[in-house]
Design a protein around this ligand. Structure first.
Ligand code: ATP
Length: 260
């Protein structure tokens, strides 16, 4: 893996997305993910987090607005393998007859010709990525035969093998135990220190202030963004989540204060 990287920002400018059912999922979203940071994307269910990820990755075309990755168009960033994506579990066909090794090798496809014959370098990077997430011993398992946490780590390894400078993770801690989450957070911080730009959506609000440099709050549009200590406030969370009971917020801030 490269020791140092050129750091890339993500710039989202006035992005709106309407799905086929005419539902406006995202409205005039404008935000910046600073280069070489871990940035949390926070919002309630259905607030548009996955839609924003898919717009950044170029999986869907916004009806308005523009996304740039390190100044490049999304299309150019895709061609240059600048972005890697760890999807939500329900976006994956777990019955697909591929091993963990095969899934991680998919991260190398963008570097191969049409015959997709892996080079020695491709194999080395796949093994290094599996090692980094502690999944070498599961490399021959069919992907459906993994636990929730192992599945997440397999897809994180695919992102590492892809060598994307920008890594997007859509709810990587769902169904993951505390120890595995801690291991993943440590790895994300290492990747950040190597210069990766990381955007992560999570419902685990309690851990955000422990590892996310910046936070973006979303509910159909961007409601607040900035350094976590300035943005991840009770007032902004109330604005974003609306119906979240005051008791839950009070408990979370009390436990954050105790941990700090
Ligand atoms: N393919 C689709 N077709 C139509 N509507 C969609 C589609 N995908 C998402 N939506 C709608 O767009 C809105 C935003 O969905 P999105 O998946 O981006 O939210 P989210 O913040 O990622 O939610 P969650 O936290 O539950 O994963 C929701 O109202 C959802 O029902």
């Amino acid at each position: 893996m490269a020791a140092t990287l050129s750091r890339l920002d993500i710039s989202v400018d006035g992005v709106s997305v309407t799905y086929n059912n005419a539902r406006l999922a995202l409205y005039n979203a404008t935000c910046t993910v600073e280069p070489g940071t871990i940035t949390a994307l926070v919002g309630p269910n259905g607030s548009g987090k996955s839609t924003l990820f898919k717009s950044i990755m170029g999986f869907l075309q916004p009806s308005q607005g523009r996304v740039r990755i390190g100044g490049f168009s999304v299309q150019k960033a895709q061609k240059q393998q600048l972005m890697a994506y760890v999807p939500q579990a329900d976006e994956v066909d777990w019955n697909f007859p591929v091993s963990v090794f095969d899934v991680v090798m998919m991260g190398r496809y963008g570097y191969m010709n049409v015959l997709r014959i892996p080079s020695a370098k491709d194999r080395r990077l796949v093994m290094e990525s599996l090692e980094r997430v502690g999944m070498v011993k599961y490399r021959d398992r069919q992907i459906g035969e993994l636990s929730g946490g192992q599945k997440k780590r397999a897809f994180l390894a695919r992102a590492l093998a892809q060598e994307g400078k920008v890594i997007l993770l859509d709810e990587p801690f769902t169904g993951v135990d505390v120890k595995t989450e801690k291991g993943m957070i440590d790895l994300l911080m290492e990747l950040r220190d190597e210069g990766h730009t990381i955007l992560i959506s999570t419902h685990d609000l309690a851990s955000i202030s422990t590892f996310c440099d910046h936070t973006i709050l979303l509910n159909r549009t961007i409601l607040a963004q900035g350094k976590t200590e300035e943005t991840f406030t009770k007032e902004n969370l109330e604005l974003t989540f609306g119906g979240l009971p005051m008791l839950s917020l009070n408990q979370m801030f009390e436990s954050t204060e105790v941990d700090a």
